[in-house]
Design a protein around this ligand. Structure first.
Ligand SMILES: Nc1ncnc2c1ncn2[C@@H]1O[C@H](COP(=O)(O)OP(=O)(O)OP(=O)(O)O)[C@@H](O)[C@H]1O
Ligand SMILES: [Mg+2]
Length: 251
């Protein structure tokens, strides 16, 4: 099993859009049974997959000692892609984790789900607190989308520093330059400067349409340049996971 977290301290940079796309590619293209786990009380992942809002209040209960994560997993209309949907109980998730006091609780729940889901992809809220701490302790790979702004240049070192405080053997970090517009000077400077060498996902109306169509890009515009870039990003993620599996010590 590999747990991939789409995480950034920055809000509105395209985390949810990217997490849903990566999860869809994992299931539909790579044919892994995939669980998309929405940890954000906004519940955007379910929305983008065309599901109705979740009126429940049990999403946070999976973290309790007697939690039953399998009972809360819902199917999506896409073969191989399941969702652990968010609901309003996640609003106080950081408090829930603080109360539980076990820093590896999320990792433990993910391990329980590993047999059914070789890929678990988490859509994280833009926070730096007990929630991100649990995610850092559990993830095999952190995808960190950042926008091409000078403020983003500060965000990545900040995230690294924060992770290192409690996780000296932290998961690999894959920064991604998102919402890139080559017509803008500041964007080009970011691309050539702090974000040199990062995968780039453009600011693109087709990607934006995934929110109005409530369907992954690959289902309605697979041949588009944007979809191909997202596919290359997913292929890069798979390659990194394969390398990590090769280099991990034998049990
Ligand atoms: N590459 C892109 N090009 C154009 N629009 C995009 C792109 N990626 C995401 N968007 C749009 O940007 C908005 C924010 O995206 P999204 O909700 O995925 O961000 P987020 O980082 O998850 O936000 P939050 O921090 O609130 O959880 C949405 O309207 C989405 O459709
Ligand atoms: Mg989001």
């Amino acid at each position: 099993m590999a747990l991939i977290a789409v995480y950034s301290v920055k809000g509105g940079v395209g985390k949810t859009t990217l997490a849903v796309d990566m999860a869809w590619r994992s299931a539909a293209v790579s044919h892994h049974s995939t669980l998309l786990w929405d940890l954000d009380p906004q519940g955007g992942a379910g929305w983008l997959l065309g599901l109705p809002n979740n009126p429940g209040k049990r999403a946070a209960s999976v973290f309790h000692r007697e939690g039953k994560p399998r009972e809360l997993v819902t199917a999506t209309r896409y073969r191989g892609l399941s969702l652990l949907q968010s609901d309003e109980s996640l609003r106080s998730l950081s408090l829930t984790f603080a109360r539980i006091g076990k820093r590896k609780r999320l990792a433990r729940i993910a391990a329980l789900l590993a047999a059914e889901y070789p890929r678990i992809i988490i859509d994280c809220p833009p926070v730096l607190n007990e929630i991100s701490d649990q995610v850092f302790a559990a993830a095999d790979l952190l995808i960190v989308p950042l926008s091409p702004s000078p403020l983003s240049a500060r965000a990545l070192p900040m995230i690294r520093e924060e992770i290192l405080k409690n996780h000296p053997r932290h998961p690999p970090i894959l920064p991604v330059l998102l919402m890139y517009d080559a017509r803008r000077k500041l964007h080009r400077e970011a691309h050539a400067g702090f974000a040199a060498g990062w995968p780039v996902i453009p600011m693109n109306s087709m990607i934006e349409q995934t929110a109005s169509r409530r369907a992954p890009l690959g289902t309605f515009a697979a041949a588009s340049e944007a979809s191909q870039r997202l596919q290359r990003l997913w292929d890069g993620v798979e390659a990194k996971l394969a390398l990590r599996a090769l280099s991990s010590p034998l049990p």
